[in-house]
Design a protein around this ligand. Structure first.
Ligand SMILES: [Zn+2]
Length: 342
């Protein structure tokens, strides 16, 4: 499996090859920094114990026998969720309203969190496409390996193109400060919080199990949503945010969460289920995980494994059912740009 280790090393090299993804990148870009996609002091700091957090990680040695094991890995909080996708000048200037102030939430802050979530995904997808492209040209590959990598490259290139499409909308809205082009739904809580995350999703099914869009359709652009946790002046929040160009699926997704709650489903269960089903860029409190019953830990790890398995079909009710009774926080308020209650 030298191919796998060579590939992972090449990916690492690309990750450290930083670049600025800011919508005005150019002359003013200076030193590329290791930016946090989950804010360091106010977010990761909140859940850090003895300098560490947990993240669910795959045991890489399992790649050799196709028996990939998932487990919560202890990682230093300063390294959690970083990516080299902005220069210091642009990072400090652009993200000041969210890095130095709690979420109100106002439209600019929400747009900035969404932008950072999108840019992290862009950085990763671009790296994967570049790495594969460089790799395919290596003469030492067997024909079969080359064929496999070529088909992976096509998949990754399509994924990257899909994201480029959305980045154009995000860039234009931020450049013109048209933050009202973003819609959002923010749920807030005063309970202790244990989980931090930031990510993106092409929503396929809603919180009631209804179908939203066909991810296998490569002819049309897919609707795209970002999500993130953020600190408030008091308590914390979980937000779904999307650009209005993705209203079709994203409004339906947000409204289905309201409908599920009206039908008696728990919003805290829904958020925990969403978090572990849809987000690999997460961190959680070590003592919270360690205190969970074994059945709850198994249920979470099985859910992450199911969603990460490219061979397993995604169940249509993955946001509607599962992982009940594990979340120990209370959702108290909802802020949204949607005109009537979702
Ligand atoms: Zn820059």
């Amino acid at each position: 499996m030298k191919l796998v280790s060579d590939f992972l090393n090449e990916m690492k090299r690309n990750e450290s090859r930083g670049r600025c993804l800011h919508f005005e990148r150019g002359e003013r870009c200076n030193e590329i920094i290791s930016a946090h996609s989950i804010q360091k002091s106010n977010q990761l700091g909140e859940i850090t114990e003895a300098g560490h957090v947990y993240r669910i990680t795959a045991n890489m040695s399992g790649l050799r026998d196709n028996n990939c094991q998932l487990f919560p890995k202890k990682i230093g909080w300063k390294k959690a969720s970083t990516f080299s996708g902005f220069c210091k000048h642009h990072d400090n200037k652009l993200f000041n309203p969210i890095d130095n102030y709690p979420l109100e939430p106002n439209p600019e802050q929400v747009a900035l969190y969404a932008y950072r979530s999108m840019c992290r995904e862009y950085f990763i997808k671009e790296n994967a496409a570049t790495t594969l492209k460089n790799f395919i040209n290596k003469s030492s590959l067997y024909a079969e390996q080359k064929k496999f990598l070529e088909s992976s490259f096509i998949g990754h290139s399509l994924g990257f193109q899909r994201l480029q499409y959305h980045k154009r909308y995000f860039d234009a809205a931020l450049l013109s400060k048209n933050y009202s082009e973003f819609e959002f739904l923010t749920l807030t809580s005063n309970s202790p919080w244990h989980l931090q995350l930031s990510g993106v999703l092409y929503p396929d099914f809603d919180f009631l199990g209804g179908s939203l869009q066909d991810l296998g359709d490569f002819k049309l652009p897919l609707d795209f949503i970002t999500f993130f946790t953020a600190p408030l002046a008091q308590g914390w929040s979980f937000t779904l945010c999307w650009h209005a160009s993705s209203n079709s699926s994203c409004v339906a997704l947000a409204r289905s969460l309201g409908s599920a709650v009206n039908l008696g489903k728990s919003p805290q269960d829904a958020l925990l289920r969403f978090s572990f089903s849809c987000c690999e860029n997460h961190a959680f409190r070590i003592s919270w995980w360690d205190s969970l019953p074994a059945l709850a830990k198994d249920a979470i790890l099985s859910r992450v494994a199911l969603m990460a398995d490219p061979e397993a079909p995604v169940p249509s009710d993955y946001l509607a059912n599962g992982l009940e009774g594990i979340a120990d926080w209370e959702i108290e308020n909802i802020f949204t740009t949607l005109t009537t209650s979702p």
